[in-house]
Design a protein around this ligand. Structure first.
Ligand code: PNS
Length: 167
């Protein structure tokens, strides 16, 4: 029987609980899920793609049917190479829609075999994004329940090494 494999791509700079919730729910729909971290080291990111892969890998330890990989180039090429059938993306709000719609249609045009599945986040995480997590963290706000403990430790280690600006 063919195993249904999905790719959940993103920047994940850093991973937060909204991502983790989506991964868990995705695992109930697919036999395997690959979390695909875009290698965009030229872009100003807080964590390098290698660090992000490592941090995500730690969080995926309880999920044997989920692994993390780094990718560069076209997402649809990565999906094809991994033998996956579907790209999964979270849709938090209407504001996400235009960008996601464009990306899904472009990916469909590039490779019609690849489907995109949009999933709503759990209500508790509809307002959580990597950008807001970083902003709140560096301004000293409370992120309890929004990011895994270990990711918070990595944010703290980063701040201690590089200073409060987060660059
Ligand atoms: O978490 P993000 O930054 O919204 O994720 C965006 C991502 C990684 C899914 C997107 O930038 C991507 O797929 N990049 C790979 C390049 C590509 O395939 N582009 C064509 C689709 S527009």
């Amino acid at each position: 029987m063919t195993r249904r494999r999905a790719v959940y791509p993103g920047s994940f700079d850093p991973l937060h609980n909204g991502h983790l919730d989506l991964i868990e729910r995705c695992l109930s729909l697919f036999d395997e899920v690959i979390v695909a971290v875009l290698q965009n080291d030229h872009k100003k990111a807080l964590f390098s793609s290698a660090e992000r892969v490592e941090m995500i890998g730690e969080q995926l330890a309880p999920f044997p049917t989920c692994r993390v990989e780094r990718f560069s180039g076209l997402l649809v090429d990565f999906v094809e190479k991994e033998g996956a059938c579907c790209v999964v993306r979270g849709l938090r709000a209407v504001s996400d829609f235009e960008y996601e719609f464009q990306m899904a249609l472009m990916n469909k045009r590039l490779n019609p075999r690849v489907e995109t599945l949009f999933m709503m986040p759990k209500e508790d995480y509809t307002f959580v994004s990597s950008r807001t997590v970083k902003e709140v963290f560096f301004l000293g706000g409370n992120l309890d329940g929004l990011v895994p403990e270990r990711i918070l430790e990595r944010l703290e280690a980063h701040r201690d090494a590089h200073g409060a600006a987060g660059g």
